[in-house]
Design a protein around this ligand. Structure first.
Ligand SMILES: [Mg+2]
Length: 340
């Protein structure tokens, strides 16, 4: 990629290429800049989200089983529909197939797609296939619906709102580090036998992440509509900064409140890595970051599997991690994946 594109950053580039498009149809409620496009479909809003996954950038076929990859691309797609507080209904999956792929591998990939479709109750509703000169390329488009009174953008966070997160963070990144370590150690070995015993949790978090369907159901059951929400695909820090920018606010996240699994701590110790950096910048967790008014605190106790990790502060205060001794460290987002 050319330096003048790299220097814009992923989101700078999106702004750069979209700023002079004007909306021509009143049904286009919200264009680029959130987890999904929002289209007025009458009684409800239609949500549409597209993701591109490229071999060598987003996945490595050395250690990624095809069925897992198929499952993951559906999860990546529908996670963005949940992030708008919506319910996914269809996906389309398009693939560019390189010459080295054979039919059983493609069948395995679509077996994974089918498993995810069954798991989340969505239908494969289309797609395209092509040959590819640059490795396995995948594009997934997810479509869903949301009630007009329930739609949740990144932009509604208010001062003093509570910052909440599902599950735990950093495990997928540690799984990736383990896979990369074994790949390096076994490069050129005729019959490689990677050492994966005892690491199943972090491996599963990397290779077979799940989308947060349960959260969306639980929020609806308890009458909670978040003021802002985003799925954690690039790491907590990056997603928090997106919400702060879109909402015009600051944030304080408390280091000792970050949910980090013991398996993540164990792998970090083994690799002499920092589990907090994995949680903040690791990515691929597909947990949900959501913001809720302080007055909803009582209702939140009925929502299982979540943690309160901080609160929204006023505009201009920045987004920071607060250590137990009160020190504030500014949150920073990493740039492109494999940006060369
Ligand atoms: Mg997203």
């Amino acid at each position: 990629m050319n330096k003048n594109i790299v220097s814009l950053g992923e989101f700078g580039l999106i702004e750069h290429i979209t700023h002079n498009f004007t909306v021509q149809n009143p049904s286009t409620v919200h264009g680029p800049g959130d987890d999904a496009a929002v289209i007025d479909a009458g009684e409800k809003y239609l949500l549409v989200s597209t993701d591109l996954l490229l071999e060598g950038i987003h996945f490595d076929l050395t250690y990624t089983p095809f069925a897992h990859l198929g499952y993951k691309v559906v999860v990546v797609g529908i996670s963005d529909i949940y992030a708008m507080n919506g319910c996914p209904q269809q996906v389309t999956v398009s693939v560019g197939l390189s010459a080295k792929l054979d039919l059983p591998q493609v069948e395995e990939f679509y077996r994974g797609v089918r498993m995810a479709c069954e798991q989340y109750g969505v239908d494969l509703a289309g797609g395209d296939t092509s040959s590819s000169l640059t490795g396995f390329s995948i594009s997934v488009t997810a479509v869903g619906k949301v009630g007009k009174d329930k739609i949740t953008y990144r932009s509604g966070a208010q001062i003093n709102d509570l910052i909440c997160v599902t599950g735990n963070l950093g495990a997928a990144y540690m799984g990736l580090q383990l896979l990369e370590r074994e790949k390096r150690a076994l490069a050129g070995v005729a019959d490689p036998k990677p050492r994966f015993e005892g690491y199943s949790y972090i491996l599963q978090r990397q290779l077979k992440p799940e989308a947060q369907a349960g959260l969306i159901e639980s929020l609806a059951e308890n009458g909670i509509v978040p003021t802002a929400m985003i799925d954690i695909s690039d790491g907590l820090a990056s997603e928090m900064l997106h919400i702060c920018k879109a909402s015009g606010c600051g944030a304080r996240i408390y280091l000792d409140k970050l949910p980090i699994a013991h398996e993540t701590y164990a792998m970090a110790e083994e690799l002499h890595a920092d589990p907090v950096v994995a949680a903040l910048n690791g990515g691929d967790d597909y947990e949900m970051l959501f913001i809720v008014p302080l007055a909803m605190r009582e209702k939140l106790t009925n929502v299982s599997g979540i943690d309160l990790i901080g609160h929204i502060t006023k505009e201009g205060t920045g987004a920071a991690l607060v250590t137990p001794d009160g020190e504030e460290i500014a949150l920073q987002a990493p740039g492109w994946k494999n940006e060369e």
